[in-house]
Design a protein. Structure first.
Ligand SMILES: [Zn+2]
Length: 447
């Protein structure tokens, strides 16, 4: 079949939406939990149905985290006030009971944390990044720096309204040093006022971190060449919602792209390795296991579907690779599909274990049209990450762009040049990302 017919068939293909639906119906896809295992089965079946061959499940050991109860009470002695608020423990929060003064550290920037006295106190910070800041400050950076400053616990207040406590791992793959919980923007507003009035909080978290098993689903498409392009999406998600946007949509886009590529398989010049990985949200555990299995020198590029397909505004993060920037722009221009490109590298998704070994990497992502680039997270990592926010047209169009990008990568005579890890390191230093990565415990010892 030629590519135009394959693209045409995508307009009538229900399979990506159906897979998104099935994933959202699972109870809890957090890494190592039964819902994640069931998601791997569903994705494996969908890949086989798309014509992907030798589909296998690769289990790996990891630290499984399971939430228990979380309780938060605030006392303001001067006002003779005591109030309970809803709070949600964050993955890898240790269990603990903390009674301590509450300190507002704004957005939790390095400067704000350095200026505060956090010793044996509870830090309160927004999940947002200050308007006008030149980079997004990751949650792990905030909590890592607060723990280094002696904080007893951390409270993240969602910056987006809607009574939605946010979640997100406190650490990559292991229990964090101090308990961390999320509260809604509305609760955060009260807590800031109470912190100014000398409040103390009583925080109780029960949770378990124990040995568990997560899994990757891996298969192959196209000719059996040594050289391959990796197409990856994480199938795990946070347990508080349906994980529809993060990353059910990414998995659906991956499937949609494969169902297009399946029709033009004989035209692919080199192999495509397809991987739906587990435990991304717990610290890229699945993609690290995958990177240990694959020879990075044989990978032409990695295309990471994390955040794609959820909203109309398509973005390509090309992680210092000019060639991938040109390629993605060329594909989008051919389709007359708007695309924003950023070359700035970041370590917080599944391309990272490959990028750091020199594999050119592109992450496909998307944002709401009205976000104006303020790193708006919106509903993801909250209980409002649910399926009705997805749109079948967006899934379809992003799958088309992804398929054409993979086709180019797999069929070009020459692979894109390797990325020099030293360049990535330099860019991370230049853009101010290094201190946060160090605080989060993810700055590599060797490059
Ligand atoms: Zn994600």
């Amino acid at each position: 079949m030629d590519i135009d017919r394959a693209l045409g068939r995508a307009w009538r293909d229900d399979a990506p939406w159906d897979l998104l639906t099935r994933l959202c119906e699972l109870d809890d896809r957090l890494g190592g939990h039964p819902g994640e295992a069931r998601a791997a089965e569903l994705v494996g079946d969908a890949l086989r149905d798309a014509g992907v061959r030798d589909v296998e499940t690769h289990p790996f050991e990891m630290a499984r985290w399971t939430r228990g109860r979380t309780a938060l009470t605030v006392a303001v002695p001067d006002r003779d006030l005591e109030r309970e608020f809803e709070a949600v423990a964050l993955p890898y929060s240790p269990a603990g009971e903390v009674d301590a003064a509450l300190v507002d550290v704004g957005h939790g920037t390095p400067e704000e944390i350095a200026d505060a006295d956090l010793r044996d106190r509870v830090a309160l910070a927004s999940t947002g990044t200050p308007v006008g800041a030149d980079r997004r400050i990751h949650r792990m950076e905030k909590v890592g720096q607060a723990a280094d400053a002696g904080a007893a616990a951390f409270i993240f207040a969602n910056h987006a309204p809607g009574q939605l406590p946010p979640t997100g791992a406190l650490r990559f793959g292991e229990a964090a040093a101090i308990p961390g919980v999320g509260v809604s923007a509305e609760t955060g507003d009260w807590l800031r006022e109470y912190a100014d009035a000398g409040a103390s909080v009583s925080l109780s978290v029960t949770a378990d971190t124990e040995r568990g098993t997560s899994r990757n689903v891996v298969g192959h498409l196209g000719p059996d060449t040594d050289d391959a392009t990796l197409l990856v999406a994480h199938l795990d998600g946070h347990d508080v919602g349906e994980a529809a946007l993060d990353n059910g949509c990414g998995v659906a886009v991956l499937l949609g792209a494969l169902r297009i590529l399946g029709h033009i398989e004989s035209g692919l010049g080199t192999r495509v390795v397809v991987a739906a990985v587990g435990s991304e949200e717990l610290g890229l555990l699945g993609s690290e296991a995958l990177a240990a299995d694959l020879d990075p020198d044989r990978l032409r590029a990695v295309v990471n579907c994390d955040g794609v397909g959820r909203f109309r505004r398509l973005r390509a993060l090309t992680h210092t690779s000019d060639v991938l920037t040109d390629l993605a722009t060329g594909v989008a221009d051919d389709l007359n599909h708007p695309l924003e490109v950023s070359e700035r590298p970041h370590p917080y998704s599944d391309h990272w274990p490959f990028l750091r070994r020199g594999v050119p990497a592109i992450q496909l992502h998307s944002e709401r049209p009205d976000d104006e680039g303020h790193w708006e997270r919106g509903w993801t990592h909250t209980r409002a990450d649910t399926r009705e926010k997805a749109d079948v047209r967006t899934l379809r169009e992003h799958a088309m762009v992804t398929a054409l990008l993979i086709r180019r990568l797999a069929s070009d005579g020459r692979a894109p040049p390797r990325v020099d890890p030293a360049t990535v390191r330099e860019r991370l230093v230049e853009t101010g990302a290094k201190p946060g990565m160090v605080a989060a415990g993810i700055w590599p010892d060797e490059w």
